[in-house]
Design a protein around this ligand. Sequence first.
Ligand SMILES: [Zn+2]
Length: 387
Amino acid sequence: MHPLLKPALRRGWHDLNTVQFGVTPAHAVVLGPVDTATGSFLTLLDGTRGVPLLRDEARRMGLPDGHVDALLDRLADAGLLDDATGGGPGADTLRRRTEVMDRLRPDHAALTVTTSEPGEGMKRLTARHAMRVQVRGAGRVGAVIASVLAAAGVGHVDVRDGGCVAPWDVAPGGQPTEAVGERREVSARRVVRAVAPLRPPRPDRRRSASRLTDPEQGEPALSLVIVAPRDGLAVRSPDPSAVEDLMAAGIPHLYAGVVEATGVVGPLVLPGGTGCAHCLLLGRTDRDPTWPRLLAQWGSGRTARQVQACDVALATAVAGLAAAHALAFLDGELPSSTGARWEASAPGLDWHARPVWPHSECPCGAGEGGNGQETPVEEEPHDTMAG
Ligand SMILES: [Zn+2]
């Protein structure tokens, strides 16, 4: 272990004996009292020295025996310590690829802030490289999500969509202008490859029989699917039949899209564990029996074929937030979109979350034994026409 004080956390001394690491309340830690000799010793924790050398240096500085080990324990407990050599064998390989690491350095630094174990940030960054994510939809939201995930180091990002790139699909970070007229899938996959810091690992045929891999392709099983259709209605009021395959296979999926002038991120569905598209539909229909009739009208006829309203800034915000939630999940956390969805409507753009409760009659099983249907899922517009 080569201990280093997490460089991502800015250091500030309140007084001679009290030091604060980090700026924001979410991750800042105040350490004290720290005597002057220890304060000087902290500057040696830059990842260039192993623990035996640090003990020698401490002895030279007149610090008592055992002080270094106690200090390292204290710093590690406070989540302030990283290990410049940690993260496992995969991390060592990645560290040697300096051109790749230079691309991912800010992302790695962010992971050191959100994790507490020394070396954990590097371990998670390495794990992303082996993961496979599918993005369903390659319009203004989907294509951007796919490229952001690839840029963040997710090794396999697969994009699915039909048809050809329309001029209005073009967005910064997503479908480029020159792709207009080209097949959406083909273009989106090229965008993904162009921003990926590292080529995806080659499929390992020896592992293809393993439970963790897709036997068809010898690739890792899907860790997550992002449902980001070009028509945001399919996110705001998702059709359960569109994700039947994911529910059956138990694959977590996250919704993201823009409908009219409202951005939606979530829910992240953990099949059988949290409220799903079918739960949402059942809950909504409980409260408004005319809901299916409205859905049928919204989803058919002339409006469905028109170019949908989609503010490019809102679409970009939705894509960024959805990608961040996806990464948190891939990194082993449960983001706040788990069983909930975030919405923001222009022009106020006040993001707020509402729970998506499991429904007791949903075949997904998330609501079994619960009373989810008795709790309002969300507020819908009031019936102002009735007077
Ligand atoms: Zn359900």
